[in-house]
Design a binder for this molecule. Structure first.
Ligand code: PGA
Length: 250
């Protein structure tokens, strides 16, 4: 049995004080999150503040980052290494989010290098894949994300833990929700990619998440799909009420 995983991706939202504030709100209602492994991914600037709140309150919510650079250290202005994240008790790190692919030019090869750097420090990579609207309209969604994932996975043999997130670009922040059965089929296709790369045992324990306009109202339908093991939530994770309403369904 794969343990369900709920991740909140705050993206470029919340100042330090706002992040500490919502971390406190989440801590007050920690019991809402007791049945599910929960991770929040604040901006880099708030990782330490959120971690302080959770460790002071003994809140069982884990910390994730939104990106990493693959080099260890050195003259890389503005970048953050896996070792720096590890030092802040980061357990998960999103890589390959479509917003990074679009705005920062991240390629599948970059994503593979980032995953390797994270694995070296015992941080679980959350590898995001997703197709643009034209690919979806041409009914090529599965083929597109299968190729994205296969490229990102090459060279990751020996990984102890990976999380895969299917986030169709046309569903992110758009309110255009993907049909749960369709999302379930694509997540199944992604698990088959993991199986081809690393074997059935590894694929069976790898969690595949769905993300894209997930809200309390639609979360349950995604979770009913056999191959969807959790949710990667953007805007609905910015408010403690909507995030905990999703957690209660998991
Ligand atoms: P959304 O974002 O829930 O706001 O659609 C999801 C994501 O991009 O991770």
């Amino acid at each position: 049995m794969r343990q369900k995983l709920l991740m909140g991706n705050w993206k470029m939202n919340k100042s330090y004080s706002q992040a500490v504030d919502i971390a406190q709100q989440l801590s007050y209602r920690a019991s809402d999150f007791s049945g599910v492994e929960t991770v929040v991914c604040p901006p880099f600037t708030s990782l330490k503040g959120v971690q302080n709140v959770f460790s002071f309150d003994n809140t069982p919510i884990k910390l994730g980052a939104q990106d990493v650079f693959w080099e260890e250290n050195g003259a890389y202005t503005g970048f953050i290494s896996a070792e720096m994240l590890k030092d802040l008790s980061v357990s998960y790190c999103i890589i390959g989010h479509s917003e990074r692919r679009q705005n920062a030019g991240d390629t599948d090869e970059d994503i593979q290098k980032k995953a390797q750097a994270l694995l070296k420090y015992g941080i679980t990579p959350v590898i995001c894949v997703g197709e643009p609207p034209v690919v979806h309209e041409a009914r090529n969604s599965s083929d597109f994300v299968i190729e994205q994932l296969a490229r990102a996975l090459s060279g990751l043999e020996g990984a102890k833990d990976l999380v895969i997130a299917y986030e169709p670009i046309w569903a992110i922040g758009s309110g255009n929700v993907a049909a749960p059965e369709f999302a379930g089929e694509v997540c199944h296709a992604l698990r088959v990619v993991v199986e081809k790369a690393f074997g059935k045992g590894f694929a069976d324990k790898t969690r595949v998440l769905y993300g894209g306009s997930v809200m309390a109202e639609n979360a349950g339908a995604y979770l009913m799909q056999d191959d969807i093991d959790g949710l990667l939530v953007g805007s609905a994770s910015l408010d403690e009420n909507s995030f905990s309403a999703i957690a209660k369904q998991m």
